[in-house]
Write a protein that binds this ligand. Sequence first.
Ligand SMILES: *[C@@H]1O[C@H](CO)[C@@H](O)[C@H](O)[C@H]1NC(C)=O
Ligand SMILES: [Mn+2]
Length: 450
Amino acid sequence: MVSPEFSLSQFSPMAKPRNRSFWCLSDSFLYCGGVFLAILLVCSFWSFFTPTLNFSSAITDPSSAVSCKESGFGVNLKSDPKDLTFYDDPELSYSIEKPVKNWDEKRKQWLNHHPSFAAGASERIVVVTGSQPKPCKNPIGDHLLLRSFKNKVDYCRIHGYDIFYNNLLLHPKMGSYWAKLPVVKAAMLTHPEAEWIWWVDSDALFTDMEFKLPLQRYKNHNLVVHGWPELIYDKKSWTSLNAGVFLIRNCQWSMDLIETWSNMGPISKDYKKWGEIQRSTFKDKLFPESDDQTALIYLLYKHKEKYYDHIYLEGEFYFEGYWVEIFGRYENTTEMYLAIERGAAELRRRHAEKVSEQYGAFREEYLKSAGNGKGSWRRPLITHFTGCQPCNGDHNKMYDGESCWNGMVKALNFADNQVLRKYGFIHPDLLDSSIVSEVPFDYPADEGPW
Ligand SMILES: *[C@@H]1O[C@H](CO)[C@@H](O)[C@H](O)[C@H]1NC(C)=O
Ligand SMILES: [Mn+2]
């Protein structure tokens, strides 16, 4: 079968103006987050110098009593008070077939009982990804999936995000491209501490390990996808957005969306009818079955007044990018970044991996002329190997297999180089994964702070 993610057109990036606002939970924690950040800064500062201090006794407000010793990254991993929460409700179900109601209140209540998590909740992201339950048919498929998962783990470690890998069908009927919806819903319930769930397909690879999502830009929206309004409303194309990578806010609006969205899938008695409706609305759709991507486009197209203001169609950078227009540029981008570094000692300076984001921020200064998206020499945040099907190997016939597999290897090594250099090594050849060389120390003494 032709991949439903197969995408020919990734047209000119264009941002849409936005004005209306919709809130779930996010900002109620901002103030609290600020206070907590201050406490945590003090906390880590003090624990460094006076490791024996019992910090909780120094705080008068009991709700903010955080013990440095009991916390991991400032959150208390040991405390789960006896107060009842939604988890104690026998009626609550994780199943895609049972809607969740009043989720905003339930989540808020849980956070009230877990103040160390409430702090910073608005910026917290859990990345969710996965693959099929069985071994891959493609002989190199499992190796590619392993490296693809390592790529995501690397990105998450650098940015302090949690990650969940699913390799089961949580609903037997929700297979292939529909499988993510039950997982995303379950992850929302499992991670009330996270404001966002970031679904990333297994064939999508992070290729800018420093880039951080501009969450501020999405503060009035609940779903972020790579897409273009004119392709939805004028061209009526089933590739007007890509559903292989999306950021979804952990709130009731999203619960409702997932319910409506999955009811166009195989769990619906009208599954067949939805396929026909999709094909008659979006004429370039290649296959008869209803798919998740066209279903989402359909909601935006048919119920614009209901959805458009809440869904951010990110077109300003490669929120995910079509690999065919990207993979020939990795060498050029590498050269351009090296040229920048030759003139900027602060970027070449060796540093701990934990502070990588600071170097990403330094680098922004030099990337102003790089452009964004198609034709840009900026590293693309995500390169998406749509149509390559790395696991089963049934790549779309319009690509030859070699370009798919070589493209993935290049992308993986391109990304790995950004990580590996912090460990002192680098792949000199993007197509040769097994060879590494040591990164020379070239931070000139006369440019250094000493
Ligand atoms: C990389 O490509 C850009 C055009 O996008 C070009 O201006 C630049 O000279 C190229 N750099 C190298 C090192 O090839
Ligand atoms: Mn995909």
